[in-house]
Design a protein around this ligand. Structure first.
Ligand code: DLZ
Length: 164
């Protein structure tokens, strides 16, 4: 559900599993880095809060959100991680570019999840303006980076349970 009143972190129905053995890759962007840096801070601190060792968090940076897909596909193959979080922020402009980037990243991440072996978490803010981006990166609506991190931990746990 996407609503300004909904808070994922406040409504945890799946208990947060022990993440001390998990390894994560986080890929973020230079584009809108005043936002993505804050998402990154939120994601890293939430992972650590749940027991992930700093040395088990690999952070990579790419130019823009469109590049997140390639980077995630390579990290999934060669990065020795159990789960990946992509972090980007696409802000609507005057041209249809926004729609193409959002569609491309959404489709790319969906494909990585259906064809790959590890979960790739969709941490892409798709917003109409800077204000909405600020609200979701440590502002009025919290830091979505934290939510993406919790989702990543839960999905790695999900994968591990199936593999046992
Ligand atoms: C070109 C572009 C535009 C217009 N807007 C954004 C944006 O809001 N957020 C973002 O992450 N990236 C943007 N980009 C860059 C594209 O994602 C990509 O880097 C280029 O099209 C090159 O492939």
């Amino acid at each position: 559900m996407s609503s300004s009143n909904y808070s994922y972190t406040a409504d945890q129905t799946i208990p947060v599993p022990d993440a001390s053995e998990m390894r994560f890759g986080i890929i973020t962007t230079e584009w809108n880095n005043h936002i993505t840096d804050k998402l990154l801070d939120g994601a890293v601190s939430e992972l650590k809060k749940n027991g992930v060792a700093e040395g088990n968090i690999k952070v990579e940076r790419v130019p823009g959100s469109f590049e997140l897909i390639y980077a995630a596909s390579q990290l999934a193959k060669f990065g020795h991680v159990n789960g990946i979080i992509i972090l980007g922020c696409v802000i609507r402009g005057d041209t249809p570019h926004f729609d193409y980037i959002c569609q491309g990243v959404t489709q790319g991440v969906a494909e990585l999840n259906t064809k790959g072996d590890i979960p790739v978490i969709f941490g892409l803010l798709t917003v109409n303006n800077h204000e909405q981006a600020e609200e979701r990166s440590g502002g009025r609506l919290g830091n979505k980076g934290e939510e993406f991190a919790l989702t990543a931990i839960k999905m790695v746990d999900y994968a591990w349970k199936l593999q046992k």
